[in-house]
Design a protein around this ligand. Sequence first.
Ligand code: BGC
Length: 744
Amino acid sequence: MKKVYLLSAILVAASALAQKQSTAWRVDSVLELMTLEEKVGQMNQYNGFWNATGPAPVGGDAATKYQHLRNGWVGSVLNVQGVEEVRAMQRVAVEETRLGIPLIFGCDVIHGYKTLSPVPLAEAASWDLAAIEKSARNAAEEATAYGLNWTFAPMVDISRDPRWGRIMEGAGEDPFLGSRIAEARVHGFQGSALNDPLSMAACAKHFAGYGFSEAGRDYNTVDVSDYTLYNVIYPPFQAAKKAGVATFMNSFNTLNGIPATGNQALASVLKEDWGFEGVLVSDWGSIGEMQAHGYAENLTQATQQAATARCDMDMESLAYVQYLAALVREGEISESIVDDAVRRVLKLKFDLGLMDDPYRYCKRPGSWEPTTSPWSADAQDLAEKSAVLLKNNGILPLTKKQAIALVGPMVQEKNSPLGNWRVSSDDNTALSLYEGMVQVRGEKRMAVASGPVFLKGPISFPFEAEINTTDTAGLHSVVDAARNAEIAILALGEHGFHSGEARSRMSLHLPGVQEHMIREVLKVQEHVVLVLYAGRPMILPEDITEQVDAILLAWQPGTMGGPAIANLLMGKRSPSGRLPVTFPRTEGQIPLYYGAFNTGRPGPSDAVFWSHYGDGPNTPAYPFGYGLTYSTVTYAATQAKQMGDSIAVTALVKNEGKVAVDEVVQLYARDHHSSVGVQPVRRLIGFQRVTLKPGEERMVSFSVTADLLSVTTSEGERLFEPGTFSFWVAPHSAAGTSASLDWK
Ligand code: BGC
């Protein structure tokens, strides 16, 4: 029997008027039609629970969820892949429910859909905001062709702990860089309008503090000061909000004793202080997890706590759908909280254009081969811009004539470079370094060997990657190839599945038998170049970093990593990436970050009574902002001059070498006294990526406003206090000459 769809009838009748009516009016007109259960349904999100193009599920959880969907008790689903599936599930929501309200389809489109850019931390190393925005745009263009309209990205969590596996998903340790990247990513995903079918709603996650989990162990406790909260953790979220991000996601952790998902103070910062009008979704199961935290006695109480903390949507806790309506009826929760949440969800559906056409994301079905897709050239460009040259004694770039040994576990890897956060892309679709070198340099005089097995078994998203730590069979092939070549290129590091969610590590050394491999190669070959694949800062022993000729950090470079890294090795382009996070010398230094406080005993001094370690230096292996090029760029002394209500800070920068380079010129400041509290020894307040031809010099100048020098108080106020400031225009956070002045 043909169904009458009440909502579509109303919408069609109203369509002439609709253009003129505000979305708020349209939202309210839908809200008025809804029962309490239907309202709660809009606050319920399920993981894709059945193959929607197949028969309806019978029995078990899937059947219950299916019934919920048909009842109109589901507002959104995640992880449904492909237009056919999306269309089939949307059809149930639109045609089989009383009101026919369409679903929003969410997915973790983190650094691409099938065509993968470098992992987000790597992208951050490009310091190229336009390229990062383009990468998010490309991801949206590809993902929307598969029916999706909501990505759970960008993750804007600042982290200063490389043990935390999810450091790979963020923009590193710095709130200023993190904020600019947050804006770029939101603009990229959402484009100029959400109702553009190539745009998807973005999600600033995880609110808040997730990157500060104690000891870098994922999901662990977070206990931070107001200073850190307001000046380090919040800024990228605020930047995302200002950029118009459509949604936020709660974090799993407790924040100063209260789970973020049930944290009313956090909600009021977001929704009152910042005026966020979008949807706040829980993280996966994070409402239910409040029981394990010891905050909720049962799921009913967790429901109450999350709803009171104005979490608008329950991702997979099955809490709201079971208990929320009853709690409202019992007067435990005001219906106005539910109405507010539903308004936000409906508004998003209107903004995405779904209320006008639920299938608008199903009209551009496509599927592209990742390495030749319309986005692959940009993915390669960003992989080239992201790689960081950590050491070079002149051996790089290579020449075509040299006999090289291309060896190590990453040489022929087509999977690991994709990283682990690739819900939708297909395994083994990256171009390997070997394939890249063949493309760029040709196969002549190139011996290839992968060496000992790296992983003991198959890898998969939910399980630990098991590393071979004992078996060195195959090492001889690496050593022989290295001995017989003029240069050994050793491609190694951690596997793509060693970083990401739940992939914290105690040791940041090269896993398995790799350090042994490098030392064996160094015995037979004087010229060794390391190409390091990683999703986090790694620790390389000093005897190794001293002996090798060059180290190029490739990160997990994505689909086009092979040709990108080959182009850099062969000098088709100069490396230009800069570290968005400090590389410590040893795990014992963690957390180690440049924007630290001075302490009362900064030292050094002859006696032991200063803030230091007795068994090693305070300084990192490589500081934040660090990265070399194939040229030498010099910086003249920093100049600072007050110009009315701003300060002009300048430095003359010169490319002294023979190749063109992109130089990331960084501006740091220090506020010597603040009534809010102690301020960091340096903080990044500006940067410019400038292209310098051989011999070119350029006056790089920054205009520093009071806002850039302000501090946020624990009341959330931006406070500027005149006084003494120092500035550095520098190639990284541990370099440069300073200029000080008194802002009057
Ligand atoms: C992660 C989120 C992600 C969600 C949905 C969670 O485990 O913490 O970042 O968006 O799953 O996949």
